[in-house]
Write a new protein. Structure first.
Length: 131
């Protein structure tokens, strides 16, 4: 049950987002991660890793045009960051996979795999090709 792990994930999210942490966003992210990881404990671990790696890989993120902070210096909401992250490198799917692997690592990427798959499927269905 994800609710049993919400405290652990909440602590990681609060550490990442500070005053901008929104429980609803965390719950949604945990649900997405749960579909790809096999269990609530694995989903929590994967989500915790994402929050940690977003902070520690800021140089890579900036190189891809992603800043975890808004213009006021506040941490962006996780939904916006995930959208930017999955959309990074445009339609070059190989470059996108490489960037995501470097930033998120093996565990963290599991949390966003459903989003990555949705993006890839939408792109391939709209253009029929992969760059």
């Amino acid at each position: 049950d994800l609710a049993a792990n919400l405290g652990k994930a909440g602590a990681a999210y609060t550490s990442f987002a500070g005053k901008n942490a929104k429980l609803g966003e965390l719950g949604g992210f945990l649900q997405i991660a749960r579909t790809a990881t096999g269990g609530p404990e694995q989903a929590t671990t994967a989500v915790e890793d994402v929050f940690g790696t977003l902070k520690t890989h800021q140089k890579l993120l900036r190189g891809a045009g992603i800043n975890i902070y808004d213009k006021q210096g506040n941490t962006k909401d996780i939904n916006s960051l995930l959208e930017e992250l999955v959309g990074a490198k445009g339609h070059n799917l190989a470059a996108k996979d490489d960037l995501l692997a470097k930033i998120l690592g093996r565990e963290g990427i599991r949390a966003v795999n459903p989003l990555i798959s949705t993006y890839k499927n939408a792109y391939q269905n709209s253009s029929g090709t992969e760059q």
